[in-house]
Design a protein around this ligand. Structure first.
Ligand code: FAD
Length: 604
């Protein structure tokens, strides 16, 4: 159709976080004409907010560390539901990817011997997170972005992809042939023609009311992939970070980095009790200190002491905090206390945790070098995502790749801190290379964009302006969805509540059919939200459906009515695909890939 802006590339990467940037660099290096499309300004992706560090078994602090130990920690943290091959590649390749980042100009904090410093984090046996103070994501983005721009990779920013294009109109099979997008400022449409599309759109956190995620994380990549015919895996597993701010209300949910605990911070209830000793699960008893003296000694002497229970994996800590609050031992604003002030000197705190110091000073008027912080769980990360081949990051659809938080499998039922930034680098590179190689291999036989699909994409994007009898406000629907997900699909779940959430989501979907958006296509946030809502509703349905189906508790999925992990459920994944009408999802059980014996022996 005339008048449409069009571009043609070999590889189009959707998303400019760590995953997207690393994928684009790899595709470019492999000779592909590559573009990056991102819905906010370059540099504003989630990755920039990452604080603690990048997990990689470099052995700089502990020579005993190696990929096998990292692999084992990752699998145990994910309660053995991880795609073992992804966890293996991740552990093996992360150190190389960190060193490469340093070659490209990243300035990491150093050890006394001048090596890249590594800090402690929950679930990691050894100090393993390469970091830059508590601003690691910023340095990672700065480095990758500078490189991508220097290489001359084209960037389309403030440009939102609303649809994937295929070579067969309206089909959930067929090959990818490009993506349909609009410029957020002008509202004008753009068609990207490309035989390979890499989704790197990040998370889904904005579907929950209390979240550390920012406005962009509406699960776009998850929903785009589903609608194109790809499958999602592990969607019931949502990570609630134990420590988000609870006060003042305007910043509720904002992350308080795990580094506070890694660097000595402890959790206390309103009675002043260090309560985590009461919540050490059987699974982690052997490696967790059961008394304060040993836990405190661990910071100085890790060989002869077990780790403090505050550094158990995030799901365990978040559940413990939740229980304390529920039992009435919470803080005045409905959280509990995180105390580093009484444990470390003000100089140490300001040097190791500069962003946290400023965050609390400026937003809550709390001096963390002098008083305890009030914190509580916050929706942080989605383990679930687009199902991909471990080695190539190819989804179920030819030409469609996925990487970073929008992909699934790597983290199983629970992600360890620091394992996301390394995931972005390891699989970003792999996805970019695979996409470029696939695109080259096609030669002249590239799939053509179905013009019928372009027309449908245009009409769908404009629909919120034209709904007959529309009266629903997108902000009201979003708010109701966030509240529903928070209350009924949150940190502790039950069958009746999950059923209610699904009914509520159906009602919200119906309301979304009667949306009304005022004004024009020029920068119109209400319209943008109306388009995002479609994705949020679909992804929320995936989470609730899978959560209802999985009748056990494991990692980021806790069922009050099935409080134990069930060995039978430990052998399978839940997989979601778009249904025949294209408006809901179907769910199926799928056996886990079988781990080879030499890796199995690491757990004996
Ligand atoms: P993102 O960095 O989230 O980027 C997504 C990109 O996709 C953005 O550019 C966005 O604009 C774009 N996009 C989305 N939808 C569309 C669309 N429809 N069209 C076009 N573009 C689109 N992990 C760690 O390992 N260590 C840490 O210390 C750590 N700290 C964290 C602290 C905070 C506060 C938060 C929120 C997360 C933290 N995490 C950490 C998790 C980690 O930062 C994220 O999981 C990771 O950065 C996700 O990277 P990504 O590249 O997959 O996506």
């Amino acid at each position: 159709p005339g008048g449409l802006e069009r571009h043609s590339y070999d590889v189009v990467v959707v998303g400019a976080g760590g995953a997207g940037l690393r994928a684009a660099i790899a595709a470019h290096d492999a000779g592909a004409r590559t573009a990056i499309v991102c819905k906010s300004l370059l540099g504003k992706a989630h990755t920039v907010m990452a604080e603690g560090g990048i997990a990689a078994a470099m052995g700089n602090r502990w020579p005993e560390d190696n990929w096998q130990v990292h692999f084992r920690d990752t699998m145990r943290g994910g309660k053995m539901l991880n795609n073992w091959r992804m966890a293996q590649l991740h552990a093996q390749e992360a150190p190389e990817r960190v060193l490469e980042l340093e070659d490209w100009g990243a300035l990491f904090d150093r050890t006394e011997d001048g090596l890249i410093s590594q800090r402690d984090f929950g679930g990691h046996r050894y100090a393993r997170l390469a970091h830059v103070g508590d601003r690691t994501g910023l340095e990672m983005i700065r480095t990758l972005q500078q490189r991508a721009v220097a290489l001359g990779i084209d960037v389309f920013m403030e440009c939102t992809v609303t649809e994937l294009l295929k070579d067969v109109s309206g089909s959930t099979t067929g090959r990818v042939s490009g993506a349909f997008a609009y410029w957020r400022e002008t509202g004008r449409f753009v068609v990207f023609e490309a035989p390979a599309v890499v989704l790197a759109t990040g998370g889904i956190g904005k579907s929950f009311r209390v979240t550390s995620n920012s406005w962009e994380y509406t699960g776009d990549g998850h929903a785009l992939a589903l609608r194109a015919g790809a499958s999602l895996v592990n969607m019931e597993f949502v990570q609630f970070h134990p420590t988000g701010m609870v006060w003042p209300p305007s910043v509720k949910g904002l992350l308080v980095t795990e580094s506070v605990r890694g660097d000595g911070g402890i959790l206390k209830n309103s009675e002043g009790k260090r309560f985590m000793f009461d919540y050490i699960p059987e699974f982690f008893k052997a490696e967790t200190a059961d008394n304060e003296a040993e836990a405190d000694r661990w910071y100085e002497d890790k060989k002869n002491n077990r780790r403090p229970p505050e550094l158990l994996p995030r799901d365990e800590v978040a559940r413990a905090i939740n229980s304390e609050i529920k039992a009435g031992r919470g803080s005045p604003h409905g959280g509990i206390y995180l105390d580093i002030a009484s444990r470390r000197s003000p100089e140490f705190i300001r040097k190791r945790l500069p962003s946290m110091y400023h965050q609390f000073k400026e937003l809550a008027d709390v001096d963390i070098t002098a008083e305890a912080m009030e914190i509580g769980p916050t929706c942080h990360y989605v383990m679930g995502g687009i199902e991909v081949d471990a080695d190539t990051e190819l989804s179920a659809i030819e030409g469609l790749y996925a990487v970073g938080e929008c992909s699934g499998g790597m983290h199983g039922s629970n992600r360890l801190g620091g394992n996301s930034l390394s995931d972005l680098l390891v699989f970003g590179r792999r996805a970019g290379e695979s996409a470029a190689s696939y695109s080259h291999g096609l030669g002249g036989g590239r799939p053509a964009v179905s013009e019928a699909d372009v027309k449908i994409a245009q009409a769908t994007a404009l629909a919120p302006f034209e709904m007959e009898g529309g009266a629903e406000n997108p902000y009201a629907i979003q708010q109701d969805l966030q509240q529903t997900m928070n209350d009924l699909v949150g940190i502790i779940r039950t069958a009746p509540e999950l059923q209610r959430s699904l009914e509520e989501i159906e009602r919200l979907k119906e309301r979304a059919r009667h949306l009304v958006v005022e004004g024009h296509r020029q920068y119109n946030p209400g319209w943008h939200l109306a388009l995002d809502l479609r994705n949020m509703l679909l992804v929320s349905e995936c989470i609730a459906k899978a959560a209802l189906e999985r009748q056990e508790s494991r990692g980021g999925h806790t069922r009050d009515d099935f409080p134990q992990a069930d060995p039978d459920w430990g052998t399978k994944n839940l997989v979601l695909r778009i249904d025949a009408e294209g408006t809901g999802v179907d769910l199926s059980h799928q056996p886990l890939p079988v781990m080879p014996d030499e890796l199995k022996s690491l757990f004996e």
